[in-house]
Structures are given as C-alpha cells and as structure tokens.
Design a protein around this ligand. Sequence first.
Ligand SMILES: [Mn+2]
Length: 281
Amino acid sequence: MAVYAIGDVHGCLSELRMLLKEIAFQPGRDRLWFVGDIINRGPDSLGTLRLVRDLGDRAVTLMGNHELRAVSGLSGCPDRAFSKQMGFVQQAEDRAELYAWLRALPLMHHDPELGVSMVHAGLFPGWDQAQAIERARRLEKMLRDDATIGTLLTGFGSDFPDWEPQESASEVERLQFALAVMTRLRICHSDGRIVWSIPGETSGTAFRLTPDSPYRPWHRLLAWPGRIIYGHWAVAGLTRNDPFIGLDSGCVYGGKLTAIRVDHPDMPVTQVPCSRYVVPE
Ligand SMILES: [Mn+2]
C-alpha cells in the first residue's frame, strides 16, 4: 500500500488522471489524500468532483475554500460569487448527492500512525495539536447538521479578527474564525497576528513573500509535533520546509500538479505539467 497526498487540483481533471497514472495508483491497494480545492477555476470541476467522490473511502478529501463556497451556496446562503463560479454544481442533476458529500468533508486530517496532519490553508499559531483537531471536529459537526449550518455560514466571509476571539465571545464567532483559518490563512505578523489581506495589495501574487517582508508564513510560528501538509498557496509553489509541506504548485495557472508519498520517510514527490487555464491575478 502507498499513501499519496495531492495538491490543489482546481478542476484539472486530465492532469489528475495523468498524475494517478504516473504514481501507478491502484484503488484496491493505495490511498489518496486531497488537500482541498479540487474544484473551480479549471476546465472540468464536475468531472473532478465525481471522480474523487467515487473513490469513496480510498480517498480523504479536505474542505478547501472553494468547496466551502459551493457548500455555502447550496445551503442557501446568498453569495454573488457562488452564482458566478459554481454553475457546474448548481446545474448538476446529482446536485443533492454532491451537496451531501461536500458538506461532510473534513476541515483537517490527522494520521497518528504516520505522524502527519493535513489542512487546506493553515492553523492558528496559538493552537496546539489537540486544540486544532477539536475545532475542526466541532466545525464538521456544525456543517453536517441542518439546524446549525446556516448559523455558521451566514455572515461568514466579511471580516475576521486577527486573533482568535476570547472564550467570552460567542461560540459561532470563535468557530467562524477557525473556519477562516483552516480554509484561507497564509501569512501572519511576526507576533502571530493573522494578516488576511496585505494593505494596498489586490493581487494574489502579493503573497509571494520576499526575504525582507514583514510577514511570516503561518507555519513559521506554529509549534507542532509532526508533519503538516497544506495547500492554498499557489504563488509559494511546492514548499518543503520540513515538517511543513506546501503542495499547491499552481496547477490551474500552468504550473504543476503534485503528489507526495506520505508513508515514506523521504516523502518523494511526483509532478505532472499542467496547461495554463487561468492567468494569475
Ligand atoms: Mn484554496
């Protein structure tokens, strides 16, 4: 058996098929971990979604910010970007099944035997391992429950504090912060305060940190007992700062799609080249 983690696919179905061929993936023997953002931007989001969903328990797939946007829109939360970007899922005849599958995706995966964790974007530097896992499990429970999903997602996405709200804040506020961290975080101030957007910068390429930048990648400030695999940071590319491994190598932007063998101490990497479906903003 082999376990592979795969970076942000973004609907690049033919590249995903090529990568699975390259690693000689055998569904009866191997396991796949998807870091999230399997959909949107690329040429075949629906095909990618169905392929990954049909892997069943042979794959672990995390909730990325793009899956979260689909869940939010399908749950009925008003979202202008949803109607612009998620027509493929809105119009799918199996949309009820896809919605049920998407909303059940985990926010974080932790494999104690391999000593490897995985999250789509990042973790708040103030959390230890148990705190991060506990927040992920509470979020997953809220997303799966019709009675709580609307409470969690209504108003989500407007403004997030740069530090986790205190215990005295509402449970929903604290969990919305955790949801934003796990699906969107990239950089912090050197004291651990989160930087959600760089002042005066509208381009995503601003997140390509230079050595003289006042900001730090989130993982530089985190104390963690094991390896963490993350995605969501295409401009940083494949990043190996052991024990932190960034897998988003900009597939949909004409970069590469990356798989890393998780159950091997050297974590060897396999990559396939991708067409440039989207120009980076
Ligand atoms: Mn993302």
